[in-house]
Design a protein. Structure first.
Length: 384
């Protein structure tokens, strides 16, 4: 307010000063040309000059506007189209988030025409087409996204991999993510693809790369792939040994993995050191039971080790079953019966009752044998 007041005051002072000059001496100007002449005061002449200069300036500006009119019109029209495209795109993205994929596809496609972010629209349209099951449209939109902006090549691959995992094509996703620098998001996609992939060997091959970023995730993925590999019925013993050698040191200590590895071996002779080392590190009833199921291999060593474990695990029902198996395989039927009986009394596995029933039948204790068979059958039914 003070500024406006001082400006007005200054204008009034200047106007008064100029008025005083005009009143004191209006001046005289004579313009003569051929037979024509014009005379006026200096101040009128100055006003006339300023007026003519203003007319010339406005005329030039008007001519400039006339020349620029087409550009201005085209710019206004382009801005209007861009605003319209933006409105269509926003609506398409909203419909996509709401799950209205058919309508979203229509708006996203229309909104891409005059949009600065065409690639974003085409990628969203590809997602909508994938939800609709239109593979041709999906691939077409992904291609258009690449053509619209080559900088989106990685983003397009990540989106394509994500969609491939979602529709049950993990092998395609792994191919798209191959040699790509992993981020937290792409790591999650790759993990999902590996877990769903049928090729466990490819999954194991990807583990070292993932381990550089997230060791715990890599260990989980490696275990999943190893379990799938060992579960293969057609896997030879040599292939099983090779697969076990490829595993990380942490996974080689996992009782579940060790059990799967040993159970599938047709020749279990080489499994004794593996099981013994694992049990020395960590006691596992599952591995103890397997230690007794290694057949005729290394009977003396296995018996010595099992009997030494009994000192610290005298009430372990599975260890008693393990001893019973080793005694039976060694031809010590009486000791085997005693171990099976202890295992049964301690609530051991059903197999202990079945093995004891077989041995009882061999020595003529038929009634005891039948009773044990019934108990084993009832236990199996109850557990199922």
């Amino acid at each position: 307010m003070n500024r406006s007041f001082f400006t007005l005051l200054l204008v009034l002072v200047l106007a008064g000063y100029v008025g005083a000059l005009i009143a004191r001496d209006p001046g005289y100007v004579l313009v003569s040309y051929a037979n024509y002449s014009m005379q006026t005061s200096l101040w009128v002449m100055l006003c006339l000059v300023f007026f003519l200069v203003g007319i010339v300036y406005l005329t030039l500006r008007f001519m400039g506007l006339v020349r620029e009119a087409p550009k201005i019109y085209l710019g206004w029209r382009g801005l209007r189209k861009a605003r319209r495209s933006n409105e269509l795109s926003c609506k398409g993205h909203r419909l996509l988030a709401e799950g209205e994929f058919q309508r979203a596809l229509k708006f996203l496609d229309s909104g891409a025409e005059h949009n600065d972010s065409k690639a974003v629209n085409y990628m969203a349209a590809a997602r909508a087409a994938d939800h609709l099951g239109d593979s041709v449209a999906r691939e077409n939109y992904l291609r258009q996204a690449l053509e619209a902006d080559a900088q989106y090549s990685k983003a397009v691959k990540v989106l394509a991999a994500e969609l491939a995992v979602a529709r049950g094509e993990p092998d395609t996703a792994l191919l798209l993510l191959k040699n790509m620098k992993l981020t937290e998001y792409t790591l999650r996609i790759k993990r999902q693809a590996i877990e769903a992939a049928s090729d466990w060997s490819a999954a194991l091959a990807a583990v070292p790369e993932i381990r550089q970023m997230d060791d715990s995730t890599a260990l989980i993925m490696e275990k999943t792939a190893a379990e799938k590999g060992f579960a293969g019925a057609n896997l030879s013993d040599d292939a099983r040994h090779e697969l076990f050698r490829q595993l990380s040191s942490k996974l080689k200590l996992d009782p579940v993995v060790i059990a799967l590895y040993v159970e599938g071996l047709s020749n279990k002779e080489g499994a004794e050191p593996v099981l013994r080392a694992a049990l020395k590190r960590s006691w596992s009833p599952e591995l103890v039971a397997l230690y007794g199921e290694l057949g005729d291999a290394n009977l003396d060593i296995r018996l010595k080790n099992a009997e030494s474990w009994r000192k610290n695990h005298s009430t372990d029902a599975v260890l008693q079953y393990c001893l019973g198996r080793i005694y039976e395989q060694s031809g010590e039927s009486s000791l085997a019966r005693e171990s099976y009986a202890r295992s049964t009394d301690l609530g051991g596995p059903i197999e202990a009752k079945i093995r004891l029933a077989d041995l009882m039948f061999e020595v003529g204790q038929v009634e005891r044998s039948l009773a044990l068979y019934r108990e084993a059958l009832n236990s199996g039914l109850n557990s199922s």
